[in-house]
Design a protein around this ligand. Structure first.
Ligand code: NCD
Ligand code: ZN
Length: 433
């Protein structure tokens, strides 16, 4: 392979021995992963994670682009905040990164256009999470009478702004939980069963169907974050069948675990939406195999080890995962009989979502030399204390994969200890329609 200025120019044998030579005999040479759903916590919660620790974990796991969610503090709800976050991230990033903008219930069309011009990869609406005006922070609660809490973006917000997003040619991502369904099932969380009953799959299906109707009418591309249920998948397939432009991501934790694992794992696997039943898990694996679910992202959402050690009710939701994305997907793909499905889920499809299909997502001439060399003769056992995230817990602790990440390159530079590789911000090619 010949790489010039970080870009692949030729992929063929016998190109000589100038430059770096890696003997990859018996290994897979795959494109770096594009994780479209991570939470860097930077700025906001450095005790949980920051851009340096996030991107070191990403690099170690073969993720060469991360798209960071906008619920950092201050939340990314304007071009000014986005530009400041981009500068901060650029000073620390070990892999390339893109930034999502936040769609609040009060967001204006101008704010979306300005965020797009500043390089947002798309917009995220949290349908069940309110916004603290004084703290400039997305809160994991639907709101109350408190005047400091702005209500979540709702279907009205989507109807008002989806035409603008469609015009900008960017994806509109949703956290698909309907707050009215959640309100009807609220209860104390003493057991994992309580958690499941408090976040029923109807919440996902209702939010997804309503948002899909709105997006279809506006001609917008709807992207559903962390799909977790069979019912949600059915709602998505129904919407696709009538012509909605809809992409689905699910996460390794939903494909590898089910509620039955809670007794063993504990609150490390508390996340929202929750890891559901074995039947949900099977439906998601099937959806991935059929290609209806086109990508796998992590929803890497670290909280501190101390926070996650609290009882179920108090433990915050979310868990780290970026470092185990590629390995998890290689294993799932191998179990389906074709390891090459993995780079489709973690690289090719996500690059397309991010508007990066001309530079990321393939090992081919003209593409950035973001490369993962995978060794199928070495196994990896997940041990969170050895990982690069600032946190030392994992929902899939102890899982064994039939692969190891042997080497990772970012635009031709090896990443890892002592490496010179430096992340850059990626921007979708803006096609204003
Ligand atoms: C995420 C977080 O902690 O930021 N938590 C989670 O349980 N998934 C928020 C989110 O992605 O909804
Ligand atoms: Zn979410």
């Amino acid at each position: 392979m010949l790489v010039t200025d970080g870009v692949i120019t030729r992929v063929e044998p016998g190109l000589g021995t100038d430059g770096q030579v890696l003997n990859a005999a018996g290994m897979y040479v795959m494109p770096g992963a594009v994780d479209v759903h991570v939470h860097s916590r930077d700025p906001g919660f450095p005790e949980k994670e920051d851009f340096a620790s996030l991107t070191e974990a990403a690099a170690a796991g073969g993720v060469t682009v991360v798209l960071d969610m906008p619920n950092t503090v201050p939340a990314v709800d304007s071009a000014g905040v986005l530009e400041a976050k981009a500068a901060l991230a650029h000073s620390k990033a070990r892999v390339d990164f893109g930034l999502w903008g936040l769609m609040r219930s009060s967001t204006t069309p101008d704010e979306l256009e300005e965020m797009a011009a500043a390089g947002a990869v798309g917009f995220k609406a949290y349908l069940a999470y309110s916004f603290s005006l004084s703290r400039k922070q997305v809160l994991y609660a639907p709101g109350s009478e408190d005047p400091d809490l702005e209500p979540p973006a709702d279907y009205g917000t989507l109807a008002r702004l989806a035409p603008v997003v469609a015009h900008l040619g960017l994806p509109l991502a949703i956290h698909a939980e309907d707050p009215t369904v959640l309100a009807a099932f609220r209860r104390p969380l003493l057991t994992y069963q309580d958690l499941l009953e408090s976040r029923p799959p109807e919440a996902e299906a209702v939010a997804l169907s309503a948002a899909a109707a709105v997006a279809r009418e506006a001609g917008a591309h709807l992207h559903v974050a962390h799909l977790s249920s069979a019912l949600g998948l059915q709602a998505a397939e129904d919407a696709m069948a009538i012509g909605t432009t809809l992409t689905l991501e699910t996460c390794p934790q939903f494909l590898l675990l089910s509620a039955d694992d809670f007794d063993r794992v504990g609150p490390a696997m508390k996340m929202l939406p929750p890891i559901r039943t074995a039947a949900d898990r099977a439906a998601l694996v099937d959806g991935l195999q059929r290609g209806v679910i086109s990508m796998v992202s992590t929803d890497h959402a670290p909280h501190t080890d101390e926070e996650k050690a609290r009882p179920l009710e108090e433990a915050p939701s979310g868990s780290p995962g970026v470092q185990t994305l590629y390995l998890s997907c290689l294993q799932l793909a191998k179990d389906m009989g074709d390891v090459w499905l993995a780079p489709r889920w973690v690289s090719e499809s996500p690059a397309r979502l991010a508007g990066l299909e001309n530079s990321k997502g393939a090992v081919a001439p003209g593409y950035d030399a973001d490369i993962v060399v995978v060794d199928p003769r070495r196994k990896t056992r997940v041990a969170a204390h050895e990982m690069r995230s600032r946190q030392r817990h994992s929902a899939i602790e102890g899982k064994e994969f039939d692969f190891a990440i042997a080497q990772v390159y970012l635009r031709g530079e090896p990443v890892g200890q002592g490496s010179k590789a430096q992340g850059r911000m990626v921007r979708p090619a803006l096609v204003v329609r």
